[in-house]
Write a protein that binds this ligand. Structure first.
Ligand code: MSP
Length: 512
């Protein structure tokens, strides 16, 4: 059985969950569900990154220990993900012993092999991001953080260094031999260009901190730099006897903000540890909100309150569909605008999908007491049947092909071509007219069969994106509530003896 290991970034525990975190986790969830549909052995990981120095400060301001503050905030992420019914198999917290112990082992191995050594470092530091910025970039940013505009600070310290400078060649070779290792292509090119500018060794420890963080093994005065600690989560979580089969990760989903760590430092560390490399790092774009970058100063985050609003008013699956169909999965950013959300909901969900399912089921109910006749499908076949079947068959092929390459937008477009075609098929065949003419009984059976079969196929195709809607359609269609499998993705698999249930609207209309 194929395995599929998919990850999200682990989120800073100092922030409140917002649409950005929910987005990446939802995308990973969709691919986890797609691979489960295929019958694969899936492991889907998300979690929180807890050892940042600012956690200590934030906790102190609230008279809490860092651990207490991290516990509270990690809980907020877990609660959010649970409420959104995300299907992660584990939630790793970097303060858990199962992680800290492994990180010490990995760093000990790196010191042992000489890939990590003790040296001196001086450079420009972005305190908000907890990240050193190379001279060329610092200059380009006018010595200010591109993230919060605060001045970069000159910082010098004795550090443990990772010999990243040894890995320029191997990394470039990796990116040439495996063009898909970093995607989308614009991101890949950025990484390649920056590697070509040369790689410096990177500090992986800090001194003078508090007890918060993981100590460098054998040197209690140094704490492992939070980013190095965090990257190891992908390995530490599954580095156990019963889970090691999942390594290497099939895809690390991230956004473009943290590309360098994932596309360069992480694979180089794995090379140094002589571990297999992840198959792909996919860095999507950013959501902006109503045309503006989301920021603390503007206070315009699509935050939990707003997310709850969409979930309560439209349902989790409608939010998932909007994120999946309109999100920044490619190289570009996407705008989360309320008006767009409502438009997409009304057009794609209420009018297109909702309407197709509703009228198909109620016509079968009304004209055939809820039973779909079999076998008559071909006897009266005409051009609209042939065309519908060919659009359906193409949708299935394109869908699978695109999803294998993370082309979620295109996969959904193919599904909606089928939805649209099926709605047109209803108009073309006008079952309400056929129902009035006894001589057309066989034709009516065939038309209703074609519609039921289209709806069944669609229920499977949308399952990864809208699991709840998919299940409701299948129950109404009389297919029961078992999860579908990929084998059902072929025209003609509608069971002979189904009894349609009373249809209830899937996407109530909203006035706003
Ligand atoms: N803790 C680090 C990641 C360590 S991974 C080993 C971190 N955390 S974060 O909380 O800042 O999360 C960053 C990630 O959140 C992005 O890479 C992206 O996945 C998601 N997003 C945060 N803001 C986003 C948008 N505005 N739009 C889309 N996704 C964004 O960095």
């Amino acid at each position: 059985m194929n395995k599929y290991y998919v990850t999200t970034p682990i989120y800073y525990v100092n922030d409140r969950p917002h649409i950005g975190h929910v987005y990446t986790t939802t995308i990973a969830d969709i691919f986890a569900r797609y691979h489960r549909l295929k019958g694969e052995d899936v492991f889907f990981l998300t979690g929180t990154d807890e050892h940042a120095a600012k956690v200590v400060d934030s906790a102190a301001q609230r008279n809490l220990s860092a651990q207490e503050w991290a516990d509270q905030n990690a809980q907020a992420f877990q609660d959010t993900f649970r409420r959104l019914e995300l299907s992660h198999d584990d939630f790793i917290r970097t303060s858990q012993p199962r992680h800290t112990e492994k990180v010490q082992r990995y760093v000990a191995a790196l010191i042992e092999s000489g890939a990590v050594y003790l040296g001196d470092y001086e450079g420009w530091y972005d305190a908000g991001q907890e990240e050193y910025i190379p001279e060329s970039k610092a200059k380009e940013y006018e010595y200010k953080s591109p993230f919060n505009n605060q001045p970069l600070v000159r910082k010098s310290e004795k550090n443990y260094f990772f010999k990243l400078s040894d890995y320029a060649e191997p990394l470039l070779r990796l990116m040439t031999e495996q063009p898909d290792f970093v995607q989308p292509t614009v991101r890949r090119n950025e990484v390649i260009n920056r590697i070509r500018e040369g790689l410096n060794d990177v500090p992986i420890s800090r001194t003078g901190g508090t007890d918060w963080g993981i100590k460098v093994p054998g040197d209690e005065t140094h704490t492992i730099y939070v980013w190095i600690d965090a990257l190891f989560n992908y390995l530490s979580t599954i580095d156990t006897d019963d889970r090691c089969r999942y390594w290497p990760a099939d895809v690390h989903f991230i956004a473009k903000d943290i590309l360098w760590f994932h596309a360069v430092i992480w694979p180089a560390m794995l090379m140094a540890l002589k571990r297999e490399l992840p198959r792909q790092v996919y860095a999507h774009g950013f959501w902006i909100a109503e045309g503006q970058k989301m920021s603390k100063s503007l206070g315009n985050f699509i935050d939990l309150e707003k997310i709850d609003h969409y979930v309560n008013a439209y349902g989790i699956d409608a939010l998932r569909y909007f994120l999946a169909s309109n999100g920044p999965l490619g190289a570009n950013d996407s705008d989360f605008a309320d008006a767009t959300f409502v438009e997409v909901y009304n057009a794609d969900l209420a009018n297109d999908l909702g309407n197709l399912v509703q009228r198909t089921l109620s016509m079968i109910q009304r004209y055939r007491d809820g039973a779909v006749a079999q076998g008559s499908a071909t006897s009266t076949s005409d051009a609209t049947d042939t065309d519908l079947v060919s659009v359906a068959t193409r949708a299935v092929t394109v869908y699978a092909e695109r999803l294998e390459r993370l082309g979620l937008h295109e996969a959904l477009t193919a599904v909606w071509e089928l939805v649209t075609r099926a709605n047109r098929y209803v108009e073309e065949n006008a079952p309400w007219k056929l129902a009035k003419d006894q001589t057309q009984a066989e034709r009516l059976d065939a038309v209703l069969y074609h519609l039921a079969e289209s709806v069944r196929l669609i229920s499977v195709l949308i399952q990864p994106v809208m699991p709840d809607i998919s299940s409701r359609i299948r129950v109404q269609l009389g297919l029961g509530d078992d999860l579908p499998t990929i084998d059902e993705l072929a025209w003609g698999k509608l069971p002979a003896t189904i009894q349609i249930q009373k249809p209830t609207p899937l996407f109530p209309k909203h006035e706003s």
